[in-house]
Design a protein around this ligand. Sequence first.
Ligand SMILES: CC(C)(COP(=O)(O)OP(=O)(O)OC[C@H]1O[C@@H](n2cnc3c(N)ncnc32)[C@H](O)[C@@H]1OP(=O)(O)O)[C@@H](O)C(=O)NCCC(=O)NCCS
Length: 221
Amino acid sequence: MEREKCCERMTSVTFRLLRKADEPELKTLLKEQLFDVPSYMLALLNNTMCHVVWAAVGLLCGFASHSVLFGLSALFLTPFLVFAVLSVGFKLSIDKYLNDIQTGVYDYWTTENRALWVAVYGGHIVGSTAICKKDDRSAEIQRVVTDVRMRGKGIARRLLRMASKGAKDMGVRTLTLHTSHPLKAAITLYRSEGFQQISETKVFGGLLTVFGFTKQIDDFG
Ligand SMILES: CC(C)(COP(=O)(O)OP(=O)(O)OC[C@H]1O[C@@H](n2cnc3c(N)ncnc32)[C@H](O)[C@@H]1OP(=O)(O)O)[C@@H](O)C(=O)NCCC(=O)NCCS
């Protein structure tokens, strides 16, 4: 039933391993959409610590200028300013984090221990999922992303299953992955594909929670 629903939703999307010619489009997709910046920023701004900080900024501005209006303006503008500054900083740090973008996506993902699958629609790359072998028996799922215009059609689920099958063919017994609390869609997807949460780590002073998930090869559907 699930499989039928998947196929019905994307008859014209094809799935295959990465090719050299995919490199420019894949680079753009990873760079622009792998990190869901708005979700990260909203989760950050929705944190109690941030509420306290910008309430303090509002009050300080109000007292310093002896103007309620100025204080209120500062109170409402601070989140937008913080959002803008953090978004720019986040975007700038993404390139540094993605070492495949630095070295060349194709070369990076076509080694003995790594593989990346793409979804293609209308001749364009609209999704990706990769595996990176950590040792003889385990591999990490990485680079899970679907183009924002193609989400909700079952593309990531299909890619995840291809990557799982690919890992199995490589002799892998255990799949692992990491995600974080703002990425609700990804968390729902991983749980629905049978991944189980095994760790929870607070980073950046508790602003972000990183989850570790795992799935045994025997569970593959
Ligand atoms: C997470 C992501 C890859 C999902 O891609 P997708 O192709 O839209 O996902 P699918 O259509 O295959 O959905 C599969 C399942 O994921 C879950 N899901 C997808 N979108 C969801 C949403 N917006 N909210 C909640 N669950 C969602 C559902 O369980 C869905 O199954 P269903 O349609 O049968 O209910 C996509 O939202 C994305 O690219 N996000 C930004 C990058 C990212 O966060 N990557 C993960 C890094 S760890």
